[in-house]
Design a protein around this ligand. Structure first.
Ligand code: BMA
Length: 304
């Protein structure tokens, strides 16, 4: 389904980096099948991407790639997080982490994959040297979970996408372990670029206009990215969503790969000057960067 044609002034609102893909398997210092879908965070002044690496058995692990400038990343020789043999829900891999900073802690929900179907696991660290598993928090089949960077009314807030469903849902917890009061908050939009399924992408960004979500939508087997705003105090309340997408597979590296026609994000970094580095997996094969600004994304969510 074609996305609505963009007005001239918003073409290129999200600009692909000229050196895309910025990370591909040639940058990985060991044998692997694919590298894609990375959580993103700034850590001690460095850019850090928690990248999903598929080993030669197609099992996913997470490695921490780092960079001084957000473009040139070094992928280390070893993983920081791998499927645990003690965790039956992780037999096929740990995938698609989204990193949320709350105080000094970095939490990352991830998709745990197994013959049970995808489930949501949660882990916590301060530096990625020691990582503590908090366990499988949402049972199969569920995925695409992101944790809000602030507690609301003294509760943690998690968005996720039950696989039996096509919508983004919300749930709440006092202790990060037990989650409840689930409800759907954003459904696919009929006749649009996100008409079949929607799921969370980057960690929601706090703006004056609401929590800004950069989310993915699927239509006709094509994964695209769009933006939505949720109420700051009532994060279950959708305020606006863009009718057009902000990024669609157009380049060869987005159209052809392990899975064709996919742009999929798990993380964006907001700079002090409100520039945004949007990291995304392309065709389930490599990692790309697109540059934009917070103001452009909010305006886009409101107008287009
Ligand atoms: C989603 C997730 C992502 C993947 C995307 C496209 O459902 O599994 O990991 O990038 O599909 O294949």
């Amino acid at each position: 389904m074609p996305s609505k044609v963009l007005p001239k002034e918003l073409e290129g609102i999200v600009e692909r980096h000229e050196r895309n893909p910025i990370i591909s398997i040639k940058d990985v210092p060991f044998a692997c099948e694919n590298i894609y879908n990375a959580g993103a965070i700034k850590l001690n002044g460095k850019y850090a991407l928690l990248v999903r690496v598929e080993d030669t058995q197609r099992k996913s692990h997470l490695a921490l790639a780092t960079s001084d400038n957000g473009v040139d990343f070094t992928v280390p020789k070893s993983y920081v997080f791998s499927p645990s043999h003690l965790e039956p829900c992780e037999r096929y891999g740990v995938e698609d982490p989204r990193i949320t900073r709350i105080g000094k802690k970095l939490y990352f929900p991830y998709t745990a994959n197994s013959s049970q179907g995808p489930a949501v696991g949660l882990a916590v660290t301060t530096n990625f040297k020691e990582i503590k598993r908090l366990g499988i928090i949402l049972t199969p089949a569920d995925k695409d979970a992101v944790l809000l960077p602030e507690k609301i009314d003294d509760e943690y807030v998690l968005y996720h996408r039950p696989s039996s469903n096509r919508s983004i849902w919300i749930c709440y917890s006092k202790d990060l372990i037990y989650w409840g009061r689930n409800k759907p908050v954003m459904a696919p939009a009929s006749g649009s670029w996100d008409s079949e399924k929607v799921g969370c992408g980057a960690v929601p960004i706090k703006t004056e206009s609401g929590w800004l979500h950069i989310y993915h939508g699927i239509s006709g087997n094509v994964y695209r990215l769009g933006v939505a705003l949720f109420d700051l105090e009532h994060p279950s309340k959708l305020i606006r969503r863009s009718k057009s997408c902000i990024l669609a597979p157009q380049k060869d590296y987005e159209r052809q790969g392990g899975v064709n026609n996919v742009v999929f994000t798990c993380g964006a970094i907001v700079e002090d000057n409100r520039d945004v580095k949007l990291y995304y997996g392309a065709a389930d094969t490599c990692i790309c960067l697109a540059n934009t600004t917070l103001d452009k994304l909010v305006e886009f969510a409101k107008k287009y």
